[in-house]
Design a protein. Structure first.
Length: 241
């Protein structure tokens, strides 16, 4: 792993700028945004339509080549909603598009390039209409794997994992406590509901202590970095870096 060459204070300024960007540009577009959020490269997050709700301690990670897109486009005024619960992780390239309703529970993880939709977006014969829609419900502590596609009308039960091996296509509902894979997905393993699941809520159970720990780690790892060292690394990188 390549070291971070930024001075401590430069990293903190960068983090503060990301927080400012979220509050100034993204929050006004959201129906709600909970406490303790973390957005990495929030300028690569695209929000369209309303209402879109994000819970507490949500982590959203985007990149220049893999934007995160949350979009609502509905033909009916009483439909169209995206709700993402507490302690969720949204990875680069995730797209969530709603014409009806998409509910994501607490502690869910949606991996890179996954796509969740509640609509066909065009009818077979009427290419103007958004076509058939049906709500999507992703229950608590679900893990959606890399490049998985979750289609309209699907419910994914609590604790289940979808998309082991990447590229799963989910067209039918998945029960709780199982692992599903394939195109279309099929259940490949049952999870033991009696086992204790460690969730993201537990990771954030003492948020102040957690964030102080992150800050202390940054101080230790970056304490030898100077502004001149960082600029040298940016302008004249070396294999020794």
């Amino acid at each position: 792993m390549r070291r971070d060459h930024r001075p401590y204070y430069i990293k903190k300024v960068y983090q503060k700028f990301q927080e400012f960007y979220v509050n100034h540009f993204l929050r006004p577009q959201l129906a709600s945004l909970g406490v303790g959020f973390t957005f990495m490269r929030p300028w690569q997050v695209e929000i369209f339509g309303a209402p879109i709700e994000l819970g507490d301690y949500v982590n959203v990670v985007a990149s220049s080549d893999k934007m995160v897109r949350l979009a609502i486009w509905s033909e009916q005024p009483d439909k169209g909603r995206i709700q993402i619960g507490n302690y969720c992780l949204i990875c680069p390239g995730v797209r969530i598009g709603a014409a009806h309703e998409i509910i994501v529970g607490d502690n869910c993880m949606i991996a890179s390039n996954a796509y969740v939709t509640d609509s066909d977006w065009h009818d077979i014969y009427n290419r103007i209409s958004v076509g058939k829609t049906a709500p999507v419900n992703i229950e608590n502590n679900v893990w959606i794997g890399d490049s998985a596609i979750v289609c309209k009308g699907v419910t994914i039960g609590e604790n289940s994992i979808v998309g082991v091996g990447a590229g799963a296509v989910v067209v039918d509902s998945i029960p709780a406590n199982c692992v599903a894979a394939g195109n279309p997905v099929r259940i490949v393993k049952q999870l033991d509901p009696a086992e204790s699941f460690t969730t993201r809520a537990q990771f954030f159970s003492e948020p102040d202590k957690l964030f102080r720990g992150f800050d202390q780690t940054d101080r230790e790892l970056l304490k030898e970095n100077s502004l001149l060292h960082w600029l040298r690394h940016l302008l004249f990188p070396s294999r020794k870096d």
